[in-house]
Design a protein around this ligand. Structure first.
Ligand code: HEM
Length: 504
């Protein structure tokens, strides 16, 4: 716990925030994402000014439709924002997901996943339109929103229809269970959190720019001079002299198109388990860290009600990975540690090690380095699924083809490097996660060696200390496109619109 005084907090302004930050729009089961370029800046400004973008304010009844709008850095420039307005954005956003070879390497975007094989990226696209509707409502909503003005303003370059949301991902597992709980009321300042243990709660500034984050600081938010035309619609930037806040109530949105080879996944599992359906499902669950219905593999230590989709657990009672493998997808993506990962840090750990009593796995090199405190690396996931559904049984039939299906992975965060890139690089793609070697995420790994270290294995820890090793996993997921976007607050959206519009 820190003794530093808490920084002042401002009330979270839901009416200035896009709804997607607060809601997954899960009841709006139909959705389509559309990537566009700007054709006519003036008309684009007019459309953006009038677009019925959904805010995060709660209504008496949940809406039947929703619209969210996000921009690439090249999109902001195409809409007329000059360097004096965009300079304050985070560097990875400005340079783009595929903007640097070193970034692609860190994200595992090499070989079959390399950006030169992608169908789209954030350099060649400008605006992401996200449309949501209740069953049967999407087509009408699309016609309303994407009107004649829209088509004069923008060219639709990629469209991603989605499969109606039923809470499962294409391999057949329940998804969208675990989400961080955002402390919207700022009732639990980070200095007062008990941080010895994992807590699912995070400060608003981990997701929303300009608010208090887990470091007890304001999350970095781009600001600009009041002399920039149109900036009077923006709020004053806090803690600065007279600047205006362009990032406030906005977030960074990470979008990756991840194609899933569902037949390849189930065929691999079937062969590895000699066609035994129970063992096949058990191995699949070990890779994910949950059963297909969402039940976690670790014994649920906190939730007495014992709901099958429970999210109220940690790995404290499973440090050796005997219930949930150390390298399972959900354990890599969120190791659920407090600030002192295994509770035996410092002098006590030194004493245990010196006397030879320290647990075997705690001695593994690199364990503490990579499984850092998770509260600084949380993601708010907002993905949807695309392509036709295929059951594991049908996927195993002769002739079942990979097809175009997968996850439109979307996550929101306030710091692209510390949150999305860290999770993707140090936890998901790293062949050295948590003392393991030679394996990366069993679902997502590219399987290519990383700095000469193989990454295509998967091990299941056992009580006798000799893990079951599954070598040479094929690639199940291929990256087909990706980009970094800015999901502005509604005042910032007005400012962006004013740069295009004639009516500045
Ligand atoms: C095709 C790709 C992917 C598939 C099939 C997939 C599948 C799943 C499934 C089945 C769950 C368990 C449900 C839940 O806990 O909500 C899950 C959880 C999660 N995934 Fe993925 N995922 C994919 C990509 C990613 C990527 C790219 C990331 C991040 C870079 C990611 C991060 C997470 C996180 C943070 C969780 C929650 C873990 C927890 O809090 O316990 N996933 N995923």
């Amino acid at each position: 716990m820190s003794n530093a005084p808490d920084i002042p907090t401002d009330a979270v302004e839901f009416d200035d925030m896009q709804g997607l930050i607060r809601f997954g729009h899960g009841a709006l089961i139909e959705a389509e994402f559309i990537l566009c370029t700007v054709k006519d800046r003036t008309t684009a400004g007019t459309w953006l000014r009038n677009a019925p973008v959904t805010s995060a304010k709660t209504l008496d009844a949940p809406p039947d439709t929703a619209l969210q709008v996000a921009f690439t850095a090249t999109g902001l420039t195409a809409l007329g924002l000059t360097d004096d307005a965009t300079d304050g954005f985070a560097y990875p956003y400005l340079s783009g997901m595929a903007g640097e070879e070193s970034r692609s390497r860190r994200l595992g975007d090499t070989g079959a996943n390399a950006p030169d094989k992608w169908g789209w990226n954030d350099q060649a696209t400008h605006v992401l339109i996200m449309l949501y509707a209740r069953k049967g409502g999407l087509s009408g909503w699309k016609d309303t929103v994407l009107n004649a003005t829209f088509d004069t303003a923008f060219a639709r370059v990629h469209s991603f229809p989605t499969r109606p949301n039923d809470g499962t991902e294409p391999f057949g597992f329940r998804d969208g269970i675990s989400e961080p709980k955002i402390d919207w009321k700022n009732a639990h300042p980070p200095s007062k959190h008990g941080r010895e243990e994992f807590s699912n709660q995070i400060s608003p500034g981990e997701v929303v720019l300009g608010h208090r984050n887990e470091y007890n600081a304001r999350s970095a938010s781009p600001s600009l001079s009041p002399s920039v035309p149109g900036s009077e619609v923006l709020a004053d930037a806090p803690d600065t002299d007279g600047l205006r806040d362009l990032g406030r109530n906005g977030s960074y949105l990470v979008f990756r198109q991840l194609n899933q080879d569902v037949p390849g996944f189930w065929r691999y599992l079937d062969t590895a388990t000699q066609g035994d359906p129970n063992r096949r499902n058990a191995l699949a669950a070990k890779m994910v860290g949950r059963q297909m219905d969402g039940t976690p593999l670790v014994h649920n230590t906190r939730d007495v009600a014992g709901s099958p989709h429970s999210n109220d657990f940690t790995y404290e009672d499973d440090v050796d990975g005997l219930s949930c493998p150390l390298g399972a997808h959900i354990r890599r993506a969120n190791p659920r540690t407090g600030d002192h990962p295994h509770h035996i840090e410092g002098r006590f750990a030194w004493l245990l090690s010196t006397l030879g009593f320290r647990r075997r796995r705690d001695k593994l090199p690199g364990r503490h380095d990579l499984v850092a405190s998770t509260r600084f690396h949380r993601l708010v996931r907002r993905g949807r699924v695309y392509g036709s559904r295929i059951s594991p049984e049908d996927a195993l039939k002769d002739g079942a083809a990979m097809g175009e299906r997968g996850l439109l992975f979307v996550c929101l965060c306030a710091d692209i490097v510390r949150q999305f890139e860290f999770v993707q690089n140090a936890w998901i793609a790293s062949p050295k996660f948590d003392g393991l070697t030679g394996e990366a995420d069993p679902l997502l790994g590219s399987r290519a060696p990383i700095s000469g270290v193989p990454s295509d294995g998967f091990s299941i820890q056992k009580a006798d200390g000799v893990p079951d090793r599954h070598p040479h996993l094929p690639r199940f997921v291929t990256v087909k496109g990706g980009g970094y976007f800015f999901l502005p607050g509604l005042r910032a959206l007005k400012f962006i619109a004013s740069r295009g519009s004639k009516e500045v």
